[in-house]
Structure formats: C-alpha cells, structure tokens
Ligand binder design. Structure first.
Ligand SMILES: C[S@@+](CC[C@H](N)C(=O)[O-])C[C@H]1O[C@@H](n2cnc3c(N)ncnc32)[C@H](O)[C@@H]1O
Length: 285
C-alpha cells in the first residue's frame, strides 16, 4: 500500500499561541530561528523616531500581538537572543506561571529603555494578551476578532490615538477585513507598517488602505522570518511564492520564509519622508 501524499501547507503552531505563558512559544520557535519580531522592532523603532516629538508619546497598535514580543523588544534593549536565553534558563523553565509573570515584569522593568512609547495589543488569544498586559509589555490589550466583527467601542475609542498600526507574523491569520475595520475607526494620519510573508498577497490589504487615502510602498529588501519545519512546508512555500509571480531563489529556496515590509501612509508623508531615508540605517540582509 502506498503512503498518503503529505499535506503541503504552512506549519500549524496554534497550540503555542494559547498557553498561559510564553515558554512554549519561545521554546518551539527558537528551534526554527524565528526572528521576525526582531526585524519588526528594528523597522518600527526607526518609524517611531521619525514621529517623535517632546510633547507627543507615540502609540502603536500591534495586530496579532501574542505575548507582546514586539512590544517588549521596542520598550527594552533586549533582542530575540536575550529573550530566547531568558526563557531557556532552568529556573525559568521550572517556575509556575504566576511566578514567571512576576519575574517577567521585573525582567522587563530592569531592561526598559524607551519610556515614551505606548503599545496597545490586539489578538484573539486571551491568555497571551492577558499575560502581556500583566507583565507591562502591553499598556492595553484587546481580545477581538476583527475578521468577524467590528471593533468594540473601547478599541474604536483608542484607535483615535494610534500613530502606527503594526504587525509581524500576523498576515494570513488576518486579512484586509481586519485592516479595513481598524482604519475605519483610526485617525486620518494613522500609518500601517506590516510584515507579510511572501507566501501571502498583500494586494487586497493595500487596496483596502488605498480607499482610506493611504498609499502603500514596499521596501527594497526582504526579511527572514524563520526556517521551514520540513521539506513539505518548504515545497508549499516555494510553490506559493512562484504562484504569486515571485522568485524563490536565494530566499525560500534556501530554506527560510521571507517577509516583505509594507508601509501605508498619506501621500504627503511619503513626499516629506521617503521610506528609503527612514530605513537607510537598516543592515543588509
Ligand atoms: C505567528 S503569531 C505572531 C505573533 C507575533 N506578532 C510575532 O511576531 O511573534 C500569530 C498570532 O496571530 C493571532 N491571531 C490569529 N488569528 C487572529 C485574528 N483573527 N485576529 C487577531 N489575532 C489573530 C494568533 O493568536 C497568534 O498570536
């Protein structure tokens, strides 16, 4: 009897998104060199610097925020390798979730660098959002599924204060439906900064944002997200990027997911601050 054909699709990490604390998340993803939150933080930090002023605390809404990893990186001097090392320490592995929450709040506070940044998180995973708020990684968290329904009155209210909507590792889970609902309640100058795996088409999101007057640009280089879990996942990804008219050579063909970065802004912002200038100091791939 022949063995069944393998199912070609993106690996499903659903279980690790809904644990009471982030240990399984980091233990699992470190095995695949998951690094897109770090790439995101490097880019978002540069965009925030451009909108900083003494009398304005920048506010981010991080879509698919999970345990607040991007927020933690932005607010501290930590990088992904520090975070992976922290959660791999034997005493951290052995803690109860309650003790870990207290330890993480102290860890974050000890490394806090940027005081003048407010991060609001949005995710469907209640345990992850609760954890991130409890440790102080997120200032506020919302557990809502904007793929299915409009923002709650509370989320709609805070959206008026958001300068930048961000996402890493989220597109595919969320689509133009979520972004449409967010920009419908956001202020006119809110920008959208999104990392999107090359296996997904950002076109429908860019199209929805254009209807609100936001012009989308993409950056010249791509960003590594993580290694594939196996040859089946790689084969799926290579086929997907080809079907979207992209060349996998040197990227997916070499064993890693790559994401493009998209920034959607009012046209006058683009003229005033070109994307290439904003991100000029980013290291090469
Ligand atoms: C791959 S994780 C990315 C987490 C984090 N942004 C990062 O870069 O590591 C995907 C996240 O999307 C969340 N998610 C899935 N569907 C969602 C939805 N409809 N709305 C908001 N978040 C969603 C999951 O709960 C999970 O936390």
């Amino acid at each position: 009897m022949s063995s069944p054909e393998p199912i070609l699709q993106k690996a499903d990490f659903g279980d690790i998104y809904v644990q009471p604390d982030p240990r399984a998340y980091f233990a699992t993803l470190s095995g695949y060199d998951y690094q897109i939150p770090q790439e995101g933080a490097e880019v978002f930090r540069r965009l925030l610097a451009a909108c900083a002023s003494p009398d304005h605390v920048p506010t981010i809404l991080d879509v698919c925020c999970s345990y607040g990893i991007v927020s933690t990186l932005l607010k501290t001097g930590l990088d992904m390798s520090d975070v992976y090392a922290h959660y791999a320490r034997p005493e951290v592995v052995a803690m109860t979730t309650e003790d870990l929450q207290r330890a993480d709040a102290a860890f974050l506070e000890a490394h806090r660098r940027q005081q003048d940044l407010r991060v609001i998180g949005l995710d469907i995973a209640e345990s992850a959002v609760d954890y991130a708020v409890a440790t102080g990684s997120l200032d506020v968290g919302f557990v809502e599924d904007l793929e299915r329904e409009d923002p709650s009155p509370g989320l709609a209210e805070v959206m008026a204060e958001v300068d930048l909507i961000t996402t890493t590792g989220g597109i595919g889970y969320v689509t133009e439906r979520t972004f449409q609902r967010l920009v419908d309640v956001a202020g006119p100058s809110t920008q959208v900064a999104a990392f999107c795996l090359r296996t997904y088409d950002y076109g429908p999101i860019a199209h929805a944002l254009a209807a609100k007057g936001l012009v989308t640009e993409t950056f010249t280089r791509t960003f590594r997200q993580r290694r594939f879990v196996d040859a089946h996942e790689q084969s799926w990804a290579v086929d997907r990027v080809r079907s979207l008219g992209l060349d996998p050579a040197g990227k997916e063909a070499d064993g890693c997911y790559h994401a493009d970065f998209f920034l959607s802004r009012p046209a006058e912002e683009i003229a005033a601050r070109p994307l290439a200038t904003l991100l000029a100091t980013l290291p090469e791939l």
